[in-house]
Design a protein around this ligand. Sequence first.
Ligand SMILES: [Zn+2]
Length: 305
Amino acid sequence: MANPHTADTPHWEAAFEHYYRDDVLRAFADIEQFGIGDGGELLRWYRVMEAEAITRRRSKVISVTDWLTLEYVPCETIGLEQILASRALEECERAAALFGWSHDEATRLTILAEETDAPWATNPFGYCVAKDPYEKICLPNYLVDDPEEFGQAVAHEYAHVITSNLGEGLAPRWLEEAVSVLVERRFDSDCWRRFCTGERAWLTPSRLEAVLIDRSDDDGTKDSIWAAYQQAGWIGRYLVECFGDQKLSLVLGELANESRSTNLSRLIRGKDRTEDALMRVLKSTPAEVFDRARQWLTTISEEAV
Ligand SMILES: [Zn+2]
């Protein structure tokens, strides 16, 4: 989740500073008295800080490995914390193996307190924030009851940790979600069928990017947001099945490539970072990748979805 940096009052400024150090109790104390004023954008942040602070007041933290810690509210995880910790570790290891990631960033996995009203409307399965001491993944408490869904949510968010670090935060949203949905393995056969028949539009790179960033209801149904994530996931699957896992890591590395020759070549060829990285590694433009992924989609069988 990106920092909007729209805070223009001293208490919000202080709150963001504390929040990004994961000093969530102070962050929430900074804003609790003041509310959100006129800034509707800040409502979401108010909720996020509140949820993380409520959790912190009652939580316990355990070390799972030297790079992973788990924060949870003991009476709400009903003795399942060791099972959740090993499930989380298994999913992180699997995602890391795909991309040759060696867990270079400390990661905190927080299962938010049950009563918290975090912005699940926009982040239904969790969210990930790059904080100063660690990358923090927050998951809603209801996932505790469903190990399968819990594992998928961890995989999705940990893939964001990997892509944002390999790509140094420069990957377009569609590529980040392509990797996350791919790693999460949550593919919907009904949505796949609608992409194949054309009943559900296959969006262009810029359109898909816009829907994933705004997460606004494109056609008045929640379905369009779900479909956008599914489309991204299918593009991720196409890239891995047709080019291999290694190529995806190379694309991410190329996005972050700041060598003089790369910057010069981007400038001369007038290409943006994403187009340049895809051309270098896959010899394709984003539009070509999207078109080919759409064609490939229709060649797979329903059982393979
Ligand atoms: Zn995501």
